[in-house]
Design a protein around this ligand. Structure first.
Ligand code: SF4
Ligand code: SF4
Length: 113
């Protein structure tokens, strides 16, 4: 990924993904840079999506606060779930909670570090 300067420090530190603990304490960064921060590094639980169970209702997609549910157009020109963006998913579990109870296509598992 391209190296980017934000308020005097390197977000990507020469291609190395910065963890949250490496960011300057109390710093203010420019708006619109959320994609540059790998918030997945602080995740304690990981959502695991089961493609076979998923009915593509997209409730998880509209519920995720970090836009981490990936979607793609399908042959009928609607959208279908394509996976989870683990670089930015914080493991909040909202997607798993909101997935319809009769479907439960997303389960939370402990993150292996
Ligand atoms: S666990 Fe939270 S951040 Fe991760 S995909 Fe689900 S709703 Fe989004
Ligand atoms: S909420 Fe559950 S069933 Fe609906 S699209 Fe997401 S994973 Fe699939």
């Amino acid at each position: 990924m391209k190296k980017k300067e934000v308020k005097g420090f390197n977000v990507h530190d020469n291609e190395k993904k910065l963890s949250v603990s490496e960011l300057p304490v109390g710093d203010i960064v420019e708006a619109g840079t959320a994609v540059d921060f790998y918030t997945g590094s602080w995740r304690l639980q990981r959502p695991v999506w089961n493609k076979e169970k998923c009915i593509n209702c997209l409730i998880c997609w509209i519920s995720c606060p970090d836009s981490c549910i990936k979607i793609l157009p399908d042959k009928q020109k609607t959208s279908i779930v394509a996976g989870i963006d683990y670089d930015h998913c914080k493991g909040c579990g909202i997607c798993a909670k909101e997935c319809p109870s009769k479907i439960k296509a997303i389960t939370m598992e402990h993150e292996k570090k």
